[in-house]
Design a protein. Structure first.
Length: 246
């Protein structure tokens, strides 16, 4: 049985989250010096909208992959390792996706968890495992900026971070393998992924009916958390913390 709950419950939770976010923004406009509506729009609203668009695309990709029965095919790259760790084809599919888009992979992972295809431990373990492809995803962007400026020190940095990501990945595999067997492999069969395909109107109809509910569940957490962090950043908390630590 899935974890998604009723749409009305999702809507109420999202409404509470939006009211809380609006209250935080109002408090920021009143209490923080130099913060006006234009600043809030530029530093909070627009980045938050971009983030929600990326999350929506990721959820749509995950829904399409599951409805079309592509989960096992997409998970071929990491299938032997994830089979060893008893994490299942859904987790392996998000691992492959993380090589192209970390946001899409995380959205897929959360979607599988909401539908009951994976359990909580699979969610956390796979999120940690997906940091390895995330390292390679951002490597082309960072390596050509950091190495010319730092030389050998930058090379040592990338080597250490790669070894750390690799060690974390294999540690995740071992922990997954050692999990109690009765809790492993939620949604591990191909047939379960295929049964999830919508029968009334195909893949597009499935996305149309299920995506809004998924997005409401994600936005309930993302919107207030992002708003709070953005306001704390504009208040100078992180700059003060950095100076205090230094």
């Amino acid at each position: 049985m899935g974890r998604k709950g009723r749409p009305s419950s999702k809507g109420r939770s999202l409404a509470v989250a939006l009211v809380l976010s609006a209250a935080m923004l109002a408090a920021g406009l009143i209490l923080l010096p130099g913060i006006d509506a234009a600043t809030v729009g530029r530093k909070v609203a627009l980045p938050l909208m971009r983030l929600l668009v990326v999350i929506t695309l990721g959820l749509a990709v995950g829904q399409t992959i599951e409805a079309a029965g592509w989960t096992r095919a997409l998970g071929i790259l990491g299938a032997p390792l994830f089979r060893f760790a008893r994490l299942g084809p859904q987790c392996s599919a998000t691992f492959t996706t993380a090589f192209f888009s970390g946001a899409a992979a995380n959205a897929m992972l959360f979607d599988f968890f909401q539908e009951g295809k994976i359990d909580r431990s699979q969610l956390f373990l796979t999120n940690l495992a997906n940091q390895l492809p995330a390292f390679f995803l951002h490597l082309p962007t960072t390596v050509f900026i950091v190495l010319p400026l730092t030389g050998w020190a930058g090379g040592y940095y990338f080597t250490i971070t790669f070894l750390a990501a690799l060690a974390r990945f294999f540690l995740v595999l071992v922990v997954g393998r050692l999990r109690p067997k009765q809790h492993a492999g939620a949604g591990d069969s191909v047939s379960s992924a295929r049964r999830a395909a919508p029968a009334d109107g195909g893949i597009l109809q499935g996305i149309k009916t299920r995506l809004p509910v998924r997005l409401m569940g994600v936005a309930t957490y993302v919107v207030p958390i992002y708003t709070a962090v953005a306001l704390l950043n504009m208040a100078g908390l992180f700059t003060w913390t950095q100076q205090w630590v230094a």
